[in-house]
Ligand binder design. Structure first.
Ligand SMILES: [Zn+2]
Length: 305
C-alpha cells in the first residue's frame, strides 16, 4: 500500500515535470519534420519508403503530366524552398535545376549515381513517327528496372542519413527492407515475362529500354508522337509493316502522351492498344512497385491476345 502511494506520488511528479518540459523547453531539432522533395512519382514513392513517416515528401510533377513538357510554377518554387533535399532522376527532369538561387538551402541530388546508364538506340532498331521528346545520347528512364529502384533507394538513404544522422539507423532499416521487396518484385516480374509467346513490343515513347532489358523484352519499333504533330500515312504504313512482320497484335501507348487521334487508325490496322505507364501516381494507392507490376501485367495481357 505504502509502495503504491509512493509510486503514484512519483508518477504525479513526473507528469508535473513533463508538463513543464512541454510548456517551456524548446523542441529538440529531431522532432521537427524534415522536408524533402522529389521530381516524379516513382522517386517520391521510393523516398517515402526509405524515410518512413519521419519525412514530409513533396512531389513536384503532378500525376498525368509528362516530365518532357513540364515547367516549374512560381508557387512550386516557393514550396521547394522548404526542402532540404530535392531528389531527381537527371536529364528528364533537369527543369528542377530552375529552383537554383531561389532555394539556396536546398540540395539537388541526382539519383543516377551507381546506376549503369544506357545510351539510346544501342540496338539499332527501327524508329518511326513524328518528333522526339529526348535530347542527348544518355537514356534517363533507368527507374523502370526494379534493380535500379533498389540502387536509388540506397542513394536516398545515404543522403537522408547525412543531413539527419539521428535517424540514420531507421533509414538504413527501412531501406534494407524495401530493397528486399524490390528484389522479390524483380524476380516475380522476370518469371512473368519468361513465359511470353512473343517478347517483341512496339512502344510510343523511347522510354522502355531499361524495362525491356530487365524483363527480357525486345523493342522493335518506337512510334513517337508529340503534341500537335500527327504521324504521316507513311509512318502508319511502317507501323503496320513492322507489326505484321513480327506477328504483333498490340502496341503500347502512355497515359501522359496524346494518342487519341491515332487510336482509330491503330484499330483499322487490326492492332490493339495497351498502356505502359512510366510515371504512375494517378491513384491514391499507387506505388512504384505497383507501377512496374501493372506494366508487366499489361505486357502479359497483350501477349495472350
Ligand atoms: Zn522519355
Amino acid at each position: 500500500m505504502k509502495k503504491l502511494r509512493r509510486m503514484s506520488f512519483f508518477s504525479l511528479a513526473t507528469i508535473v515535470l513533463l508538463g513543464q518540459a512541454i510548456s517551456f523547453a524548446p523542441l529538440p531539432a529531431a522532432a521537427k519534420p524534415l522536408h524533402v522533395a522529389a521530381t516524379i512519382f516513382p522517386v517520391a514513392d521510393i523516398v517515402r519508403h526509405v524515410a518512413g513517416g519521419a519525412v514530409q515528401v513533396q512531389q513536384v510533377l503532378p500525376a498525368g503530366a509528362s516530365p518532357h513538357t513540364f515547367d516549374l510554377a512560381p508557387g512550386q518554387i516557393r514550396e521547394l524552398q522548404k526542402a532540404r533535399l530535392i531528389f531527381k532522376i537527371g536529364i528528364v527532369d533537369d527543369w528542377i535545376d530552375g529552383v537554383g538561387e531561389s532555394a539556396p538551402a536546398s540540395e539537388i541530388v541526382s539519383l543516377q549515381d551507381h546506376v549503369a546508364l544506357k545510351p539510346f538506340h544501342a540496338d539499332g532498331r527501327h524508329e518511326g513517327g513524328a518528333g522526339t521528346a529526348h535530347e542527348g545520347n544518355v537514356d534517363p528512364h533507368y527507374w523502370l528496372d526494379a534493380r535500379n529502384g533498389a540502387i536509388m533507394a540506397q542513394t536516398i538513404c545515404s543522403r537522408l542519413s547525412a543531413i539527419d544522422p539521428e535517424r540514420a539507423a531507421l533509414y538504413a532499416e527501412n531501406c534494407r527492407r524495401y530493397q528486399d521487396e524490390l528484389r522479390r518484385l524483380d524476380e516475380e516480374l522476370k518469371r512473368a515475362c519468361a513465359g511470353l509467346k512473343n517478347n517483341r513490343i512496339i512502344v510510343f515513347h523511347d522510354g522502355w529500354n531499361y524495362f525491356a532489358a530487365a524483363y527480357g523484352l525486345k523493342i522493335i519499333a518506337v512510334f513517337q508522337t508529340s503534341p500537335g504533330r500527327e504521324p504521316a500515312p507513311r509512318d502508319l504504313q511502317k507501323l503496320y509493316d513492322v507489326a505484321r512482320s513480327y506477328k504483333i497484335k498490340a502496341v503500347f501507348s502512355e497515359p501522359q502522351l496524346p494518342t487519341a487521334s491515332l487510336e482509330p487508325l491503330i484499330e483499322d490496322l487490326g492492332l490493339r492498344l495497351f498502356i505502359l505507364d512510366p510515371l504512375g501516381g494517378a491513384d491514391p494507392g499507387d506505388s512504384y512497385a505497383g507501377l512496374l507490376r501493372r506494366n508487366v501485367l499489361n505486357i502479359v495481357r497483350a501477349d495472350s491476345l
